[in-house]
Design a protein around this ligand. Structure first.
Ligand code: FAD
Length: 356
């Protein structure tokens, strides 16, 4: 383990921002972490933990220590006729894990194929796609408390998962390094193919499945359908995927928005998705998630650029750059989008990405 100074991070974040870290270290074992814990560079500096850099925005150089988590392993720790529990090192690639699981014909995370980043970051924002949440498969995780040096176990309740959120993005932000994650997969799973994408791209898993496979669909078919859809529609550009969150508004506000944008959809109308998250706030009948992409599109943001930064021409939630933008330029652009959203709809446009 080597502590590097003034380390350039441009290859370690998907926006390609040319920021530097005062100190940089790559941790490849839990022993590395124990050694790091007692070093003054770690103790006396602010810290940031980095996986694949696909959900961070470096707004400036980082005046502290960036710790890249490269803990790589996976093992089966429990198995019976119905299910398997896997324990996976935080540095493993999320998509490679999904591929491994699907190749074993285990179900539970196939809809989350092709999401960039690492296993350790998946709980941080409770990654989700096509009706499946990471938290659905989650069993528990172990994390290193950076104040005490102790390893602590987190169950689902302690993680406090929400829509693109968890305790690690809120009150415990920067306080724990996630080391290993345990997920439960099923040998005879129910296939979740009912999700219909809202917004400009009306692709659905069901339609794709009908194109590429015959019934009864297998987990591998669903995985392939998701990979095909994402390859087609995901921007192969400098981005962090969705930069903005869909807004969650009251039914009353939704009706008001519909007066401005009559075809505005809310998702999901039956709230099933939120009920699965055990989120008391979102279970309230009168709150819905609206298609914020459509609201931005109506304001003319789709495909709009200012200098090195723009909005993707097919996905209004996705901020893109030409690879030359600084963090500040991206922030300025994002603030203009947020202002226009608030001025027109009276609601705050919240961001999904982690600002550093
Ligand atoms: C093209 C594209 C498509 C995307 N699609 C989706 C999608 O469909 N659904 C979705 O949910 N997300 C999506 N994302 C966002 C992103 O892939 C996820 O948030 C992913 O989990 C980030 O992983 P990462 O390893 O790159 O995290 P990083 O960007 O490195 O870190 C993200 C946050 O997690 C923290 N963190 C990372 N590792 C650890 C650790 N071991 N311990 C503690 N904290 C840690 C970081 O400090 C940071 O705050 C997309 C991104 C891109 C670029």
């Amino acid at each position: 383990m080597e502590i590097l100074k003034n380390y350039n991070l441009s290859k370690l974040n998907t926006f390609g921002i040319n920021a530097t870290a005062k100190f940089f270290v790559e941790v490849t074992s839990e022993k590395d972490l124990e050694e790091l814990f007692i070093l003054p560079e770690f103790k006396n500096n602010k810290k940031m933990f980095l996986g694949g850099g696909s959900n961070v925005l470096f707004t400036t150089d980082f005046d502290g220590m960036v710790v890249k988590i490269s803990l790589l392993w996976k093992k089966t720790i429990e198995e019976n006729d119905e299910s398997v529990i896997l324990e996976v090192g935080a540095g493993e690639s999320w998509h490679d894990l999904v591929t491994y699981v699907v190749n074993n014909n285990w179900g539970g995370i196939e809809n989350l194929a092709f999401i960039p980043g690492t296993v350790g970051a998946a709980p941080v924002q409770n990654i989700a796609a096509y009706g499946e949440n990471f938290s659905d498969a989650f069993e528990s995780l172990d994390a290193f408390n950076v104040e005490t040096g102790e390893i602590e176990k987190f169950d689902k309740v302690r993680c406090d998962f929400h829509y693109r959120n968890s305790v690690f993005k809120k009150e415990l932000k920067g306080k724990y390094i996630i080391l290993r994650v345990r997920i439960k997969l099923f040998k005879n799973p129910k296939i979740e193919d009912s999700y219909y994408q809202i917004g400009i791209v009306r692709d659905s898993i069901k339609e794709e499945l009908q194109k590429i496979a015959t019934t009864p669909f297998s987990i591998k078919d669903v995985y392939q359908a998701v990979v095909n859809i994402r390859k087609r529609k995901l921007p192969q550009v400098y981005s962090v995927g969705s930069f903005f969150l869909n807004s969650i508004v009251s039914q009353e506000k939704y009706q008001e928005l519909k007066n401005k944008v009559p075809e505005l959809q809310c998702y999901p109308p039956d709230q099933v998705f939120y009920k699965k998250l055990d989120d008391p706030f979102l279970q309230k009948e009168d709150f819905v998630k609206v298609a914020t992409g459509r609201l931005l599109e109506v304001l003319g943001w789709l495909g709009k650029w200012e200098g090195n930064v723009g909005i993707h021409d097919r996905h209004a939630l996705v901020v893109v750059t030409n690879g030359k933008a600084t963090g500040k330029e991206i922030l300025n652009f994002v603030e203009s989008v947020q202002k226009s959203y608030f001025d027109n709809y009276g609601i705050t446009l919240e961001i999904e990405v982690n600002l550093i």
